[in-house]
Design a protein around this ligand. Structure first.
Ligand SMILES: C[S@@+](CC[C@H](N)C(=O)[O-])C[C@H]1O[C@@H](n2cnc3c(N)ncnc32)[C@H](O)[C@@H]1O
Length: 247
């Protein structure tokens, strides 16, 4: 769910090393950082503020820099960054973070070694995990059948997790929503491009029809987006004339 500290750090983005050492408790910063300039007498144990340890450069005060060591991996960097977390509630911490799906699939990349060791799988994504667990338990990828699919959110989430999915509903509007979830929201880039092209072609056809009706534009490319169609009728039984407006 990308709620663990390393995932949250990925969702927050990595702070500068100088910011990390200001609050993180690190017994030996040289395990993670190179000091620039080398040999600068910075404390080796964080927290501390590098700005309190200036050195002379070209006759002026200069602040030493910390750079991640080249052998420190991404997960370790985020583990170190998470040492700065100070919060009472998850909401407080997550309020500044991006949503997991906004980051990238690598937001959970650090979990798979532990998950695989625990479950006896060899997965690097939820889809692979679901498939492998399905094969272990049932001999095939799991199928989720939602016969009351409504908005379609349950079969959509199941498909996202890598299940095969069957969905149906008595209500045609629900069927349309479920269809839209899979074929519009969940469409591939190529399918989205086809949809966009079809939509643009339809807009052009409607524009051509509107122009053929002689509806005016302002001459500078602006045109009405919504038209009222007004029909005036005389009721044969009631006295009076009526206007019917259609949007
Ligand atoms: C509570 S909603 C389902 C909500 C859905 N799980 C969602 O997340 O949006 C129940 C759905 O069951 C459908 N339904 C009710 N009776 C049904 C039936 N006999 N066969 C198929 N669908 C039915 C309704 O049209 C409605 O969309």
């Amino acid at each position: 769910m990308s709620m663990d500290d390393v995932s949250i750090s990925k969702r927050l983005g990595l702070p500068k090393a100088e910011v990390i050492v200001r609050t993180a408790k690190i017994p030996d910063i040289t395990a993670y950082f190179d000091i620039d300039p080398p040999g600068h007498p910075l404390p080796l144990t964080a927290p501390f503020d590098v700005r309190n340890f200036p050195h002379q450069k070209n006759g002026k005060d200069a602040t030493p820099r910390l750079k991640w060591r080249s052998d420190v991996g991404d997960t370790t960097k985020h583990q170190v960054a998470s040492l700065t977390f100070a919060y009472d509630t998850y909401r407080e911490l997550a309020s500044e973070a991006k949503r997991a799906e906004e980051v990238s699939e690598t937001v959970a990349s650090h979990i798979w070694a532990g998950v695989n060791a625990h479950l006896g799988t060899n997965a690097n994504s939820f889809a692979e995990l679901v498939e492998q667990l399905g094969v272990m338990r049932f001999g095939h990828r799991p199928t989720v059948s939602d016969t009351f699919s409504g908005s379609g959110q349950i079969p959509f989430a199941a498909a996202q997790l890598g299940c095969d999915v069957i969905a149906s509903d008595l209500n045609p509007v629900s069927c349309m929503l479920t269809w839209g979830a899979f074929n519009v929201v969940g469409a591939s880039d190529a399918q989205r491009k086809t949809l966009d092209d079809d939509q643009a072609a339809l807009v052009e056809r409607v524009k051509a029809d509107v122009d053929a009706l002689g509806v005016e534009t302002d001459g500078e490319g602006w045109r009405g987006k919504v038209y009222l169609y007004c029909l005036e009728v005389t009721c044969p039984r009631l006295v009076g004339r009526f206007l019917c407006f259609l949007l």
